[in-house]
Design a protein around this ligand. Structure first.
Ligand code: NDP
Length: 469
């Protein structure tokens, strides 16, 4: 049983009627209101987090894991109200790899984070006994985006708590209710002060990340904001983990069966309606398979309904905000103007409610077109023809981002050889974007640095204290 058995109960627990309204990006209807935080709130929350951390750090690893498991239970018990709220605020449908899936990932990640092997170890031989203790850093400041607001918040909270830190979270101003609700549910089973949320805009985010009493910054969002955060962290030499945007390439080899892979290929690109950092954002296809791949993808797209998130049949939703709609619209227009072929979509209804941009496939496109080389972060996939695999690999590697990539082949060994030549934090074979709590995840180049998940991720929320001798 949860304290929040219904969506209405959950919303009532976090809403502030005199605050800022949040609208459903699918319908333009008001979802709820929240109190907008300030720099003073940041200062207060950081002071409270500092105080709570001193006691929290005294708990054993087992006790901290136990709290994570209790938090997972609480999220599970309130899963449907959380998914209902997430769908209304973020826009993503309840079904498909969307709102219910995201809430499921939250409890899954909390549970998994309690199960990882602790990073402590001892280096020992005849001459040395060095015990490596990973100690808490202190207070973590976390800033998050609007695409997977609950799941990414858990990615920040869970390892921070496991390693004995307290955390202050600043959600995106587009999705504050989702994060307020998730933390409300988690806090129903945690001691006071371990996890706090301060809402507000980029100024509040900047006050948090530049705060002199923050020991670690966890940031997921754009490369531009990531750079500002790194600059402002210099004064305090605050440690930073950056999970920034990407422009992931997928390369098909000439032995794939287009029909067999079309579903996985589609969801690799269109998960969360394309609003995913590690989604496939450009697809390279050998000339011999070009038409059949496009046709197979179009068939999956036609059978993947887009619409209001709370209508159970839908699996694709609106863009979360109008600014993002405009980015996608501008990039598809640039592709059209250049003479690229729009296979489907590309024709949004500007008068309809919501930020819906139709599922769009663009073929016969120049490899340097903006839709290919800039991150679209929406439901528009450019499909580039190739005849020379070396050329396709070069294209995949030529951008200044490197989050994910994928290689698709009937011959896994052949795919692995190509994968080894790609520059990215993760290269998937015959899938794209599936993350696993046990496996490190992070980017290279302008996609950021530091990794999340697994024991490697835990090390980013702690410092090694070596007792040598
Ligand atoms: P931003 O990087 O601007 O926002 C991410 C978070 O950072 C938000 O909570 C934002 O606050 C906060 N923020 C903004 N300015 C600062 C600052 N100076 N210091 C600290 N925190 C700050 O991303 P957008 O939401 O504007 O999205 C823009 C682009 O970023 C997208 O088009 C997409 O390409 C990429 N993106 C990547 C994501 C990923 O998963 N890697 C997720 C989302 C976007 P607030 O929004 O409240 O002002």
């Amino acid at each position: 049983m949860s304290e929040y058995n219904t969506y209405e109960e959950l919303l009532a627990a976090i809403t502030d009627d005199s605050g800022q309204e949040v609208k459903n990006p699918a319908t333009d209807e008001v979802v709820g209101s929240y109190r907008v935080g300030s720099v003073a709130d940041v200062n207060e929350a950081v002071a409270k987090a500092r105080q709570a951390q001193a006691e929290f750090a005294k708990l054993s690893d087992e006790e901290r894991c136990d709290l994570l498991l209790k938090a997972a239970d609480a999220v599970e018990a309130a899963a449907e109200p959380l998914a209902q709220l997430l769908s209304r605020e973020q826009g993503k449908p309840l079904n498909g790899p969307n709102a219910r899936f995201e809430v499921g990932a939250c409890s899954g990640w909390l549970r998994a984070t309690a199960s990882f092997e602790h990073p402590n170890y001892t280096a020992v031989d005849d001459d040395i006994t060095a015990k490596v203790h990973y100690r808490p850093l202190g207070v973590v400041g976390a800033v998050g985006p609007w695409n997977w607001p609950m799941m990414i918040t858990v990615w920040q909270i869970a390892p921070a708590l496991r390693m004995g830190n307290t955390i202050v979270v600043k959600p995106s101003e587009y999705t504050p209710l989702s994060v307020l609700a998730l933390v409300k549910v988690i806090n129903s089973v945690l001691p006071e002060g371990l996890v706090q949320v301060v809402t507000g805009d980029g100024e509040v985010g900047a006050a948090l990340t530049a705060h002199e009493d923050i020991d670690k910054i966890m940031f997921t969002g754009s490369t531009a904001t990531g750079k500002k955060i790194v600059e402002s962290s210099a004064d305090n030499l605050t440690r930073v983990t950056l999970e920034l945007g990407g422009n992931d390439a997928g390369i098909l080899l000439d032995d794939v069966d287009p029909q067999a892979i079309a579903g996985d290929l589609f969801w690799g690109a269109f998960i969360n309606t394309g609003q995913t950092c590690a989604a496939m954002k450009r697809l390279y296809v050998p000339e011999s398979l070009y038409d059949s791949v496009i046709q197979a993808l179009a068939e999956v797209a036609e059978n993947s309904p887009m619409g209001v998130g709370t209508e159970e049949q839908n699996v694709l939703g609106p863009l979360q905000n109008h600014a993002q709609f405009e980015i996608v619209d501008k990039l598809v227009k640039a592709a059209k103007d250049s003479g690229a072929r729009v296979v489907m979509g590309g024709d949004p209804d500007y008068d309809a409610p919501g930020n819906f941009y139709p599922t769009t496939l663009v073929a016969d496109i120049d490899p340097d077109n903006p839709l290919v080389v800039e991150e679209q972060f929406g439901p528009a996939l450019p499909i580039i023809k190739y005849t020379d695999l070396d050329w396709a690999i070069e294209q995949a590697n030529k951008l200044d981002v490197g989050l994910g990539s994928s290689v698709w082949s009937a011959d896994r060994e052949r795919a692995r050889e190509v994968a080894a030549r790609l520059e990215a934090g993760t290269t998937w074979i015959n899938s794209h974007g599936a993350v696993d709590p046990r496996v490190p995840f992070g980017g290279i180049k302008s996609s950021g640095y530091g990794v999340e998940f697994g024991t490697e991720g835990l090390k980013g929320l702690a410092y090694p204290h070596i007792i040598n001798g």
